[in-house]
Design a protein around this ligand. Structure first.
Ligand code: SF4
Length: 388
C-alpha cells in the first residue's frame, strides 16, 4: 500500500508550514528532550530534528521559565513548533504567540482548578489557539486518563475511558466551532493502540489522528512495537501524523525520525513488521523517551542499564517500566510488575503499583535485580531470595 493513498477522509489541519490530514503526506514528529528554559540548546535540538525530517517538533512547557524561553526558541529555529501543556493549561496564553500547535491532555486538564468545568478550560484553550492561529492536539494517554471517565468503566477496561474522553473533547471542540485539531490515543501496548485508534476512527473518520506507542522504549524493541501498531493502522487508512517515541540520548534523538521514515518506507514497499522479534509473552521493558521534564540526566543511562541487567529474564512474562519524571512516572508505572520513576536524587521503585521505596542512583539497580529475582521465584512457587 502507498502510505499516502487509501487514507480516511480527514479534515485539513495546518500546523505552520505543514498540513496534517486531508490526504497530505504523513507528517513525522519528534520532541525535544533538552531543558526548555535553555533556549539555545532547545532551539539547536529543534533545528537538528527539523534537518532530520521532523515536520513538527514538540517542546514541553511547565512553568513561566519555560514559557519565557519560547520567544527566543522561535527566533532561532524555523521548525514547526508544538507545545506540550501539563496541568497548568493557562500557560497556553503565554506560549501561543510563538508556536504553531498546542497539545493538551484531557486527563491533566482535570487536575488544575478542579472546581472549574473542563469545558471552560477547553474554551480558554480554543480562544487562545484561534487568536494566535495555532492548531490543537487532544492527546489522550493511558497513564493519565481523566479520573471521572475511568470511574465509569471496569478496572480492566482501559479502552472505554480513553475513547470516551477523546470523543467528548471532539464534540465540544466541534460545538465551539473549532476544527483545526487532531487527536492521539496512546498506550504502551501496540495492540491496544491499534484497537483504540480503530474504534475512534470508526466513529470519527473525519478527525486526523496522530499515531504512536507511548513509552515504546529503546531501539530496536521500541521501533518494532511502534511499527506493529502503525503498520496495522496506516494499512487501513488510519493516521495522518506519527511519532516513534524512543529512549535515546539527546545526540541520537534524530533516530526517532529515521525510524519513522523507515516504517513508512516499509509500509509503502509492502514489507511487514518483524513482529516475531518482540518475543510475545517475554520480558517487556517500557521506558519514556525523556523530555524537558526529565529529573536526572542519568535517566537514559538508567533505562539502558535496566535493559542490560534484566536480559537474563528475557523469557519471563514481566513488565518493567522506567520513567523519567514525577509528572507521568507515578501514573505510568501503575500497571507494570516493577516500575521505576526518577526524582532528582532518587529513583522511586514500585511493585505491582505499590511503592517499595526511593533508592539512590547507585542502589537502584541491585535492588531492582533482587525484586526481579523475587518475582520470578514467587511465580515459580519458590521462596524468594532475600525475604522480599
Ligand atoms: S515521563 Fe516525564 S520525562 Fe518521560 S517523557 Fe513523560 S513527561 Fe517527559
Amino acid at each position: 500500500m502507498n502510505a499516502t493513498q487509501l487514507r480516511n477522509p480527514t479534515r485539513s489541519v495546518p500546523v505552520g508550514s505543514v498540513t496534517i490530514g486531508a490526504g497530505h503526506p504523513i507528517v513525522i514528529q519528534s520532541m525535544c528532550a533538552t531543558k526548555t528554559a535553555d533556549a539555545e540548546a532547545t532551539a539547536a535540538q529543534a533545528e537538528a530534528l527539523k534537518r532530520a525530517g521532523a515536520g513538527i517538533v514538540r517542546i514541553a512547557v511547565d512553568g513561566r521559565r519555560d514559557a519565557g524561553a519560547l520567544r527566543a526558541i522561535r527566533e532561532k529555529t524555523g521548525a514547526n513548533l508544538s507545545v506540550d501543556l501539563q496541568e497548568n493549561y493557562r500557560i497556553a496564553g503565554d506560549v501561543a504567540p510563538w508556536v504553531d500547535k498546542i497539545r493538551y491532555n484531557p486527563g491533566h486538564l482535570y487536575h488544575h482548578e478542579r472546581n472549574r468545568p473542563w469545558q471552560d478550560k477547553v474554551r480558554y484553550l480554543v480562544d487562545v489557539a484561534g487568536e494566535h492561529g495555532c492548531a490543537v492536539r487532544v492527546g489522550v494517554n493511558c497513564g493519565s486518563v481523566d479520573p471521572e471517565k475511568r470511574e465509569k468503566y471496569s478496572a480492566g477496561d482501559s479502552i472505554g475511558p480513553m475513547l470516551e474522553s477523546a470523543l467528548d473533547h471532539c464534540n465540544l471542540l466541534d460545538q465551539l466551532g473549532f476544527t483545526r485539531y487532531c487527536v492521539s490515543l496512546k498506550d504502551s501496548d501496540p495492540l491496544l493502540v491499534i484497537e483504540l485508534n480503530r474504534r475512534f476512527a470508526s466513529q470519527r473518520p473525519d478527525i486526523p489522528l496522530h499515531l504512536g506507542v507511548t513509552e515504546a522504549g529503546m531501539p530496536p524493541e521500541g521501533i518494532l512495537k511502534t511499527q506493529v501498531a502503525l503498520h496495522a493502522l496506516l494499512s487501513e487508512g488510519i493516521g495522518d501524523t506519527i511519532r516513534v517515541s524512543l529512549t535515546l540520548p539527546n545526540d541520537r534523538k534524530h533516530e526517532e525520525i529515521d525510524a519513522g521514515r523507515r516504517i513508512l518506507a516499509d509500509l509503502t514497499a509492502g514489507r511487514p513488521p518483524q513482529a516475531g522479534a518482540l518475543a510475545p509473552g517475554g520480558l517487556n521493558i517500557i521506558s519514556c523517551p525523556s523530555c524537558s521534564r526529565v529529573e536526572n540526566e542519568a535517566f537514559v543511562e538508567l533505562a539502558a542499564a535496566v535493559k542490560r541487567i534484566t536480559a537474563y529474564a528475557s523469557d519471563q512474562p514481566i513488565t518493567i517500566a522506567v520513567m523519567g519524571c514525577r509528572v507521568n512516572g507515578p501514573g505510568e508505572t501503575d500497571d507494570a510488575d516493577l516500575g521505576l520513576w526518577c526524582g532528582p536524587n532518587h529513583v522511586n521503585l514500585k511493585r505491582a503499583g505499590d511503592p517499595v521505596g526511593a533508592f539512590s542512583y547507585d542502589e537502584i539497580l541491585p535492588r531492582l535485580k533482587s525484586e526481579l529475582d523475587a518475582l520470578i521465584a514467587r511465580r515459580r512457587g519458590q521462596t524468594p531470595p532475600g525475604g522480599y
